[in-house]
Ligand binder design. Structure first.
Ligand SMILES: Cc1cc2nc3c(=O)[nH]c(=O)nc-3n(C[C@H](O)[C@H](O)[C@H](O)COP(=O)(O)O)c2cc1C
Ligand code: SF4
Length: 433
């Protein structure tokens, strides 16, 4: 924390109910095991300071140093300021799609504290001058949709918002949650990414400047509006302030969603879930778009946007895990750009050969060459994320790579996977709308 640069003038004089382990978003709610109703929510937090939002929220969020929790790690205050400064009526999108298979944090947050997310969306809308908020959810999660619809109805009856909150259920594919996919779908098109520019903040829904924020980001924003940037910075590090939700899975004692300070050590974050159940071989940080980290994890800290940690036991095959994830990512692309139509499927095939076949050393030359061609060439970052995962696997499981090349699949290559990888079936054309 840097007290010199932080003012709390925007904050009302109320101390927030921080939880015993520094939890904030989930504090108190986990124990109830059910969604917080509007009355309970207001009792805990008091009403959102809507009147102040227009004049003070953008600078409060900038001072707080809030970084988006949707995976890209972009500074939220800068995005708010840009959209607020654009000509024309703005639009806000709350991205609750959570398409990352290893992540459950947004689903947990939307289940337990829907009004915190909705407050954040409405406050952001006040700050950028948007009359409408679109809340985007995955079509496959019907119970989640019903829960949010109940929360909206509570607010409507109580007359909480003067901003229109609209709920949508979108096709649920990995790239359908990318921000231009949301804009494309809300504009009547398919939930596939669009080529940029223009980016949503320039021309988004109805060609209006559009702010797209992850639902966890919005929940943090709702707390910053109430308790101020100084309070927010009491947790986390100077570069990465606040707390973050993280889904812990694999070889840990109590898998689930936890809230930890930003910049925590990876080992410390795993301890939140009771620690490893056995010796670890590696940890996947950031999900299917993330990086494998080598165990032991001494000193490694959570990176920006790493809302996922999956602990891989020493006797699992990291190459098989990666090959399955890559097959899924290749199938889930929108098949619009060269890297996704040709490069990514070839990388996934090479990896499958490496994990389960008898590939010969030439597979490594092919992989290295193809991985170099994936990043930065698609309309969206899908190929970049897949390339990052593949490259980190080649690095972290380097010894296994050599063993597989020389002797074929290891003893663990056909064991059940630690990662929960959904079926690699590509969506049909009509499933994008
Ligand atoms: C392929 C792909 C999938 C994405 N999926 C999600 C998602 O499920 N949820 C999300 O909030 N952001 C997702 N993003 C990032 C969004 O495009 C966008 O940057 C984010 O919602 C902005 O919110 P933030 O600034 O609060 O992080 C995805 C990006 C890509 C490239
Ligand atoms: S890079 Fe891939 S996922 Fe992204 S828009 Fe192009 S084809 Fe679709």
């Amino acid at each position: 924390m840097n007290p010199e640069t932080v003012t709390t003038s925007a904050a009302p004089d109320i101390r927030p109910p921080d939880g015993p382990h520094g939890t904030r978003l989930l504090s108190g709610w986990y124990e109830t095991g059910g969604p917080a109703g509007l009355a309970e929510h207001l009792e805990r937090y008091s009403p959102a300071p809507l009147a102040a939002a227009r004049s003070t929220l953008v600078s409060a969020v900038q001072q707080a140093g809030l970084i988006g929790r949707g995976g890209g790690g972009f500074p939220t205050g800068r995005k708010l300021a840009t959209v607020a400064g654009k000509r024309g009526t703005a639009v806000v999108i709350a991205n609750g799609m959570e398409s990352e298979p290893a992540s459950h944090k947004d689903q947990t947050l939307l289940f337990l504290a829907p009004h915190l997310v909705l407050d954040g969306a409405v406050l952001a809308a006040e700050a950028v001058g948007a009359p409408t908020v679109h809340v985007c959810l995955a079509r496959t999660r019907e119970e989640q949709y019903r829960g949010l619809a109940r929360a909206l109805e509570e607010r409507r009856r109580a007359g909480t918002d003067r901003i229109a909150l609209r709920l949508h259920s979108l096709p649920h594919h990995f790239v359908s949650s990318e921000e231009t996919s949301l804009v494309n779908w809300l504009n009547g098109g398919e939930a596939r990414p669009l080529a940029t520019p223009p980016r949503p903040f320039e021309k988004g829904v109805g060609r209006h400047p559009t702010l797209v924020d992850n639902v966890e980001t919005l929940a943090h924003l709702a707390l910053i509006a109430r308790y101020g940037p100084g309070w927010f910075r009491e947790r986390g590090s100077a570069q990465a302030p606040g707390t973050t939700l993280v889904t812990l899975s694999g070889a840990v004692r109590s898998p689930g969603v936890y809230e930890v300070p930003m910049g925590s050590s990876v080992a410390g974050a795993l301890d939140a879930a009771g620690g490893p159940t056995e010796r670890l071989g590696a940890v996947l940080a950031g999900g299917f778009f993330g990086n494998w980290l080598t165990a032991p994890l001494d000193g490694t800290t959570l990176g920006r946007g790493a809302g996922v940690l999956a602990a891989l036991p020493e006797d699992a095959c990291g190459l098989a895990e990666t090959a399955a994830a890559l097959a899924y990512l290749a199938a889930q692309s929108a098949r619009q750009c060269g890297p996704c139509r040709f490069g990514l499927p070839s990388v996934a095939e090479d990896f499958a050969e490496l994990a389960w076949g008898w590939p010969g050393a030439s597979v490594l030359d092919r992989l290295n060459q193809r991985l170099g061609l994936l990043p930065g060439r698609g309309a969206c970052r899908h190929p970049d994320g897949a390339a990052r995962l593949a490259a980190s696997a080649l690095r972290v499981f380097g010894d296994d790579v050599l063993r597989h090349v020389r002797r074929g699949p290891c003893a663990f290559a056909h064991a059940p996977l630690t990662l929960r990888v959904p079926s690699a079936r590509p969506p049909e054309d009509e499933e994008w709308r």
